[in-house]
Ligand binder design. Structure first.
Ligand code: ADP
Length: 772
C-alpha cells in the first residue's frame, strides 16, 4: 500500500483516538462519518482516523482535527438502526493529515505517513525503563482490571519491539484524549517511554489514593451491611442446624439495652461479648439459657437509676415521729448520723447498726429513714449465712448459679442509691466455705465498694451510693472485724405502757387499714388492748402483739360478714372469744414455793427473759449433772456455786458431805434455747442451797449476778432488759450485784418506781433475801 499523499476518507472521532496496533469497535452516527466508512468499504477498507480537538463540534473542519492520526483498516461493519454503524477497526500506522480536500459527503483528506524515531541501540537504561513500565503497568492492570488479560500478556511479551510496545501500552491507558494525543504525537520512542513512565506513575498514585478512599468509605458503610449480611447468614445456618428460628430481635433488644445504660468500657465490653456469645448459640441450648439469665440479671440492675435525695433533717424527723412512737434517743442518734454523713459523706465510713430484741421496730425505723430521705428500700437477711458465696454469688460456671444477696437486694431496690438493710448480722457464721463477714466488710467499705465484684456478674458494680444500715439482736455475737466499723444504736424492750401506746396509735390503725375497715366499724377498746398485751403476749417487742391484733380484727371482720351486725366493739370478752383462753396468766406460772426452784433473769437475743432454774438433790455418789443446753460458762458458774456451798456448808445448814453422797442435778427449762453467760451464777447457787437445805425460795424475787468460788457477787450486763422482763412477769423484787446500782438510771422512769432493787455484795446476802 502506498500512502504518499493519498486521498483517503477521514473519520473524525469525538473524545477518543486510536493507536497503531489497536483494534477497537466504534459506533458511527454522523452522516459524514457513515459516508466515510461506506466509501472506505468500497475501496480497500482503509480509512484515516483522527480525533477532534473539541468533541462538541458537529461538522469539523481541518483546524478542528488533530492532524496526526492513524491509518486503519475496517475489519467489520454492522448496520445498526437509524442508519448507524458499528465498525471494528484496527490501527495500521501513523499518518499526518496534510489538508482536507472536501467536507461533503464526507471528509476527504490527503495524508502522509509518519515514522517513529526508533531506538537504534538498546541501552540498559532503556531496558530498565521498559521493565519499570511493565511493572507499573502490572500494577495499573491490577487496579483497573478493565484491560483484558490477553492484551496484558501481549504487552508483557512485546518488550523488545519498543514502537509497538509504546503503542500498546498507550492504547490501553484510560487517560484523557489530550494526553493520548500527546503520546501519539511524540515521535521519539525514548521520549515516549519516559512519558509513559511518568503517566503510569501518576495514574497509579491516583488509583491507589482512590482505592484507599473507596476502601475507607466502603468500610464504614459496609460495617453495618456486613453485620446485617452475616446475621442473615447466621439465621439461615441456625435454621438449617436446629430447625428453629433464630431470635434476632432478642439480640437487638439486648444491644439496645446495652446502649441505654451508662457503664464503664470494661463492663460494656464484657456484656457485648456475652451478647455475641448468645448470638452464636443454638436457641434452645442450656448455655443460651444461662447467658440469657445472666444478661437479664445484668440489665435488671439499676446502673443509672438514682432517686433524688432529700436530706432535710426537719422533714426526716417529722416522718420518723409520725411513723414511730417513742424511741426518742434512737431517732436523735439516727438524725445526727444522717447530718454528719451529709457534711462529710466520704469521711464517715461508719455503718449504722441498730441493736435490740425482735419486734422493737428496727426494720421499720430503717424503712422510715429511707422514705424520709426519698430513697428506695430493700432488706436482706443475713441470718444463717455461712458461705461467702451468699454475699458474693456463685461463679456462672456453677449450675443454677445466681448473684449474691447484695446484688439481689440492689436489684430488688431498683435504684443505685437505695437504703439497704442488712438484717441480723449477728446471726452470720463462718465455716470452711469462706468467711461471709470479710466479704461483707468489702461491701461496707467506702474505699472498695465503688467497684464491688460479684462472682456471678464478673463485672464491677458501684455500691458507693447505697446506704447500708445493719441490725442485730445482740452485740456480742457480731463478728469483731465488722463490729469495729459499726456505729451502734441500741433499742431496748418496750415497757407495758409503750406497748399500749404503740398498739393504740400505730399497730391498730395500721391493721385496720390493711383489712380495709374503719375504726367506727371495729372499735377495739383500751382494756382489750391491755388484755392482749398482758395475757396473750410475753415478748420484748410488739411483733406478737401486732399479730394478735391482726387476728382479732380478722375474726371481727369475719363476724360482721357472717352475722347481721354492722359494727363490733372489741372488749375483754371479745378478746377471749377471738383469741381463746389467756396464754399467759399469773395463776398458770410455775409454783415456785417448793425448795430448789429460783427465778433467774437472763439476757438473750430475744431480750431479757425470766429463767426458772431448778436444782434437785438425790442420794448418789457426788455426781453433778447440768441440763437445758447450757454453755461452758454457765457450767463453770455451777461448779463455782458448788464450791462456794462446800466452803460454807455448816453456815448454810447444808450437810457437809453432800458432795460425796448426793447427786446434784441442775436444770434450766426452755431447753430449746441455748443459754450461756455468767449472770445465772447466784441463781444456781440459791437453787442448790434451797434444794440441799430444804428451805423454799421467795417466788416474788428474781435475781441476777455472777458468783465467785468465795461467794462474791460480780456485776452483770443487760440490767435494763432483765428488769423489763421481770416487770412483764410482775416480779418486782430484784436482787442485783451492788456494782450494778448505777445502771438503775437506765431503767424507764414509768416502771422504775415499781421495783425494789436489792443490791448485794456477796452470796450470804442473796441467801438472806431469797430464802423463806
Ligand atoms: P424488728 O426489726 O426490730 O424485729 P420490726 O421493725 O419488724 O421489728 O417491728 C415489728 C412491728 O412493730 C412493725 O410493724 C413496726 O412498725 C412495729 N413497731 C415497732 N416499734 C414501733 C414503734 N415504736 N412505733 C410504731 N410501730 C412500731
Amino acid at each position: 500500500m502506498n500512502f504518499e499523499n493519498i486521498k483517503i476518507p477521514v473519520l473524525a472521532l469525538r473524545g477518543l483516538n486510536i493507536f497503531p496496533e489497536m483494534t477497537i469497535s466504534l459506533d458511527v452516527q454522523r452522516d459524514i462519518s457513515v459516508n466515510a466508512v461506506n466509501t472506505a468499504m468500497k475501496n480497500e477498507q482503509v480509512i484515516f482516523i483522527t480525533a477532534q480537538k473539541d468533541a462538541e463540534v458537529e461538522k469539523p473542519e481541518y483546524s478542528d482535527l488533530y492532524s496526526l492520526g492513524v491509518v486503519a483498516i475496517i475489519k467489520q461493519i454492522l448496520k445498526l438502526p437509524d442508519n448507524n454503524l458499528r465498525v471494528l477497526v484496527k490501527g495500521i500506522r501513523l499518518a499526518q493529515l496534510e489538508y482536507v480536500d472536501s467536507y461533503t459527503p464526507y471528509i476527504t483528506g490527503s495524508i502522509v505517513p509518519v515514522c517513529l524515531d526508533g531506538i537504534k541501540k538498546k541501552t540498559k537504561a532503556t531496558e530498565a525503563t521498559v521493565r519499570s513500565i511493565l511493572s507499573l503497568f502490572d500494577e495499573y492492570f491490577n487496579y483497573t482490571r478493565h484491560i483484558n488479560s490477553e492484551v496484558h500478556s501481549i504487552i508483557s511479551s512485546s518488550g523488545e519491539d519498543f514502537e509497538r510496545f509504546t503503542d500498546l501500552v498507550a492504547a490501553n491507558l484510560d487517560i484523557s484524549v489530550e494526553k493520548r494525543q500527546d503520546l501519539l504525537e511524540t515521535l521519539s520512542v525514548s521520549k515516549r517511554l519516559k512519558m509513559l513512565l511518568k503517566i503510569l506513575t501518576e495514574e497509579n498514585e491516583i488509583l491507589a489514593l482512590k482505592n484507599s478512599i473507596n476502601e475507607q468509605v466502603k468500610e464504614s458503610i459496609d460495617k453495618n451491611q456486613r453485620e446485617y449480611y452475616l446475621r442473615e447468614q447466621l439465621k439461615v445456618i441456625h435454621e438449617e442446624l436446629n430447625g428453629d428460628s433464630f431470635n434476632e430481635n432478642e439480640i437487638d433488644e439486648y444491644l439496645k439495652k446495652l446502649d441505654s445504660i451508662a457503664v464503664s468500657d470494661e463492663v460494656y465490653r464484657k456484656i457485648s461479648k456475652e451478647i455475641k456469645r448468645l448470638q452464636l448459640m443454638p436457641d434452645n441450648s442450656h448455655e443460651a439459657t444461662v447467658v440469657r439469665t445472666y444478661l437479664d440479671t445484668v440489665f435488671d440492675l439499676p446502673w443509672n437509676d438514682e432517686t433524688p435525695e432529700m436530706t432535710n433533717p426537719e422533714k426526716c424527723k417529722k416522718i420518723l415521729d409520725k411513723e414511730h412512737y417513742g424511741l426518742q434517743k434512737v431517732k436523735e442518734r439516727i438524725l445526727e448520723y444522717l447530718a454528719v454523713r451529709e457534711l462529710a459523706p466520704d469521711k464517715n465510713g461508719m455503718i449504722l447498726c441498730l441493736i435490740g430484741p425482735p419486734g422493737v421496730g428496727k426494720t421499720s425505723v430503717v424503712s422510715s429513714v429511707a422514705s424520709a430521705m426519698g430513697r428506695k428500700f430493700a432488706r436482706l437477711s443475713l441470718g444463717g449465712v455461712r458461705d461467702e458465696a451468699d454475699i458474693r454469688g456463685h461463679r456462672k460456671t456453677y449450675i443454677g448459679s445466681m448473684p449474691g444477696r447484695i446484688i439481689n437486694a440492689v436489684k430488688n431496690a431498683g435504684s443505685s442509691n437505695a437504703v439497704i438493710l442488712l438484717d441480723e448480722i449477728d446471726k452470720m457464721a463462718s465455716d470452711f466455705r469462706g468467711d461471709p463477714a470479710s466479704a461483707l466488710l468489702e461491701v461496707l467499705d467506702k474505699e472498695q465498694n465503688h467497684s464491688f465484684r460479684d462472682h456471678y456478674l464478673e463485672i464491677p458494680f458501684d455500691l458507693s451510693k447505697v446506704m447500708f444500715i445493719t441490725t442485730a439482736n445482740t452485740a456480742s455475737s457480731i463478728p469483731p472485724a465488722l463490729y469495729d466499723r459499726l456505729e451502734i444504736i441500741e433499742l431496748s424492750s418496750y415497757t407495758y405502757l409503750e406497748k399500749f401506746n404503740i398498739a393504740k396509735k400505730h399497730l391498730l390503725p395500721k391493721q385496720l387499714k390493711e383489712h380495709n375497715v374503719k375504726s367506727s366499724v371495729i372499735r377495739v377498746t383500751d382494756s382489750a388492748i391491755k388484755e392482749i398485751i398482758e395475757h396473750y403476749t410475753l415478748e420484748a417487742g410488739v411483733r406478737n402483739l401486732e399479730r394478735e391484733l391482726a387476728s382479732v380484727i380478722r375474726k371481727a371482720v369475719y363476724e360482721i360478714r357472717t352475722t347481721k351486725v354492722d359494727k363490733i366493739t372489741v372488749g375483754i370478752k371479745e378478746v377471749e372469744r377471738f383469741l381463746g383462753v389467756r396464754k399467759f396468766d399469773e395463776k398458770n406460772e410455775n409454783d415456785l414455793s417448793e425448795p430448789g426452784v429460783v427465778n433467774g433473769l437472763a439476757y438473750t437475743s430475744y431480750g431479757g427473759t425470766l429463767l426458772n432454774i431448778e436444782a434437785t438433790v438425790l442420794e448418789g455418789s457426788g455426781k453433778v449433772e447440768l441440763t437445758g443446753q447450757l454453755g461452758d460458762i454457765m457450767k463453770e458458774s455451777a461448779r463455782a456455786a458448788i464450791c462456794y456451798i462446800r466452803s460454807k456448808a455448816t453456815k448454810l445448814s447444808v450437810d457437809n458431805s453432800f458432795y460425796k453422797d448426793k447427786d446434784i442435778h441442775i436444770h434450766v427449762p426452755e431447753g430449746a434455747t441455748p443459754k450461756d453467760g455468767p449472770s445465772a451464777g447466784i441463781t444456781m447457787a440459791t437453787a442448790l442451797v434451797s434444794a440441799l437445805s430444804g428451805k423454799a425460795v421467795r417466788q416474788d424475787v428474781a435475781m441476777t449476778g455472777e458468783i465467785t468460788i468465795r461467794g462474791r457477787v460480780l456485776p452483770i450486763g443487760g440490767l435494763k432488759e432483765k428488769a423489763l422482763a421481770a416487770h412483764r412477769h410482775k416480779i418486782y423484787n430484784i436482787i442485783i450485784p451492788y456494782d450494778n446500782l448505777k445502771d438503775i438510771t437506765n431503767i424507764p422512769e414509768e416502771i422504775k418506781d415499781d421495783f425494789n432493787f436489792i443490791p448485794v455484795k456477796n452470796m450470804d446476802e442473796v441467801i438472806k433475801h431469797a430464802l423463806i
